[in-house]
Design a protein around this ligand. Structure first.
Ligand code: HEC
Ligand code: HEC
Ligand code: HEC
Ligand code: HEC
Length: 416
């Protein structure tokens, strides 16, 4: 199945590319949806094609068996300018899926993110890959790109996020699952980020940093025909698809891109193995790399104080929220550049306050306070800038806002 995916993706990307210039007055609502699903759960979700009445929807392309169109096609956009499309979604594969809708007036695109615990998926997916490799005498290349040091077994997500400890445990797990299958563990890109030594620490568990056969490049097209290259990881957005182009995602949780390679060095198949809590952890790993903190945490600083005097009820709601104690969740070892960002508020150059304060969300709050409320604030931060797919995949605005409710219902929300 996975071998056919490349060509299917080629078609999708071409469609998306065309869509970018002929999608005027044609859209899909909502452009993005997120569903939270257990691996074996099923639900139906609907998108609406918005276009001139009479527009004919001819085809819908999706890239994952986890999504199935239930609306018969072709279908015609009604007099109200909309056509609902129903999809059956199964939680088998967490990730972001493209939905491309071809119509008589061009192509429109929407996305669906499936989040879920992925329980049992990582270990099962790995066992399957190893079984295939053993049967067909293939070598497994397991590739992780750009960890940026932002991992640890950190509990910073209830979702499908593993951590460096789980990566460390993979080689040993593989040996117990299928000791005779040759596996190469490869880290590419920035493995350390603000946590020097993550790559070196993983190397002590059997990972290697870089491999000449896996190339990271901003110009992959020039490399596709070069011999000896197994896969290319593009660093820029390239509107093309090829079996050898690898786009590893860290955003929807940690995953290992797995290449199955035959004896002649040819790439036979690709799969994605999620690194979730179904694979064991190696807690000793964290002691092997250094963490840096370049800001000073000022425990006495509470920027919210400059607002509470005039906004007492907002202040009371905030004081009860976890935002007011956001640094407390970070273990002392984790109070480092790589982790504190979303858990603190900057108050001066290289000084931070130990909470997500009013000012973390209300931009321009300081100027507003200094003007005694005469200057307006300049808007609120997108919740998703911190509650992102990696650190809080199950975040849902409509469930989260009531927990921090203050003031009126927001006009500008995070994307659903
Ligand atoms: C001196 C009193 C005062 C202080 C201090 C103050 N505000 Fe206000 N704030 C006001 C007044 C007055 C309004 C206008 C209320 C209205 O229009 O109903 C307001 C409105 C707002 C609004 C809604 C309108 C807008 O501009 O977005 C927000 C949000 C807000 N304040 C946030 C804050 C934050 C955050 C702080 C601290 C950084 C703060 N305020 C400090 C008096 C104050
Ligand atoms: C991009 C923003 C962001 C960064 C960077 C970040 N966090 Fe978090 N963290 C969050 C958010 C949002 C939550 C709340 C999630 C929730 O309620 O499930 C959270 C919650 C947590 C919690 C408590 C909730 C739980 O699930 O146990 C811990 C512990 C934590 N983070 C640790 C870390 C560590 C360790 C790092 C660095 C490796 C880190 N965070 C980096 C945004 C971030
Ligand atoms: C996690 C983000 C977040 C934090 C922290 C936060 N707010 Fe808000 N606040 C919002 C959002 C979102 C709204 C809804 C209005 C909007 O979208 O701007 C809002 C609304 C308000 C309003 C009402 C605006 C109106 O016109 O009704 C006030 C006043 C306000 N906040 C003050 C504060 C104060 C004071 C604090 C700190 C004690 C604070 N907020 C902390 C996100 C936040
Ligand atoms: C500056 C980063 C940041 C922004 C912006 C932010 N949050 Fe958070 N939020 C956090 C962190 C970090 C935590 C975890 C705090 C902890 O427990 O350590 C958190 C926790 C929460 C929690 C508590 C989790 C729970 O289930 O009890 C809720 C609810 C929440 N945020 C809602 C929101 C909403 C709604 C918005 C947007 C209006 C928002 N947050 C914007 C950083 C942020």
């Amino acid at each position: 199945m996975a071998t056919h995916m490349g060509s299917c993706r080629t078609a999708l990307l071409l469609l998306a590319w065309i869509a970018s210039w002929c999608a005027d007055a044609l859209s899909i609502a909502p452009p993005f949806q997120r569903v939270d699903l257990a691996p074996d759960a099923i639900l139906t979700t609907t998108y609406a094609v918005r276009a001139e009445p009479g527009t004919i929807v001819t085809a819908v392309a999706v890239d994952c068996a986890c999504l199935k169109l239930m609306t018969p096609l072709p279908a015609t956009v009604g007099a109200d300018g909309t056509l609902p499309l129903a999809f059956r979604v199964t939680g088998m594969r967490p990730g972001v899926e493209d939905i491309l809708v071809a119509t008589s007036r061009g192509v429109a695109r929407a996305q669906l993110q499936i989040v879920g615990p992925g329980a049992g998926r990582g270990r099962d997916a790995l066992a399957q890959v190893l079984a295939t490799a053993g049967r067909e005498r293939l070598t497994v290349w397991a590739v992780v790109h750009d960890l940026r040091g932002q991992v640890r077994h950190c509990g910073c997500s209830l979702g499908a996020l593993g951590g460096a400890g789980r990566l460390a445990a993979l080689p040993a797990l593989t040996a117990t699952l299928a000791g005779d299958v040759p596996v190469r563990w490869i880290l590419t890109g920035d493995t350390d980020g603000m946590r020097p030594g993550v790559g070196a620490a993983l190397a002590t568990y059997g990972w290697s940093i870089g491999a000449p056969e896996i190339v990271v490049s901003a110009d992959p097209s020039s490399l596709l025909t070069r011999p000896g290259i197994l896969a290319i990881i593009p660093t820029a957005a390239v509107a093309m698809q090829h079996q050898r182009l690898l786009r590893p995602v860290l955003d929807s949780g940690l995953a290992v891109e797995v290449l199955l390679v035959d004896a002649a060095g040819r790439l036979r198949e690709r799969r994605t193995v999620p690194v979730d809590d179904s694979v064991p952890d190696e807690p000793a790993l964290a002691a092997l790399f250094r963490d840096v903190l370049t800001s000073r945490i000022d425990p006495a600083s509470n920027p919210s104080q400059s607002c509470i005097g005039c906004h007492a009820s907002a202040g009371a709601a905030w004081a009860q929220s976890r935002h007011a104690r956001a640094l407390d969740s970070l273990k002392p070892d984790d109070r480092t550049d790589g982790c504190i960002n979303c858990h603190v508020t900057p108050v001066a150059p290289a000084v931070v306050a130990p909470a997500v304060s009013c000012q973390s969300c209300h931009q321009g709050g300081e100027a507003h306070a200094a003007s005694q409320g005469k200057l307006r604030t300049s808007g609120t931060a997108d919740c998703r800038s911190c509650h992102d797919a990696k650190h809080h995949p199950a975040f849902r605005f409509e469930l989260a806002w009531p927990k921090i409710l203050h003031g009126r219902e927001p006009a500008v929300r995070s994307r659903p």
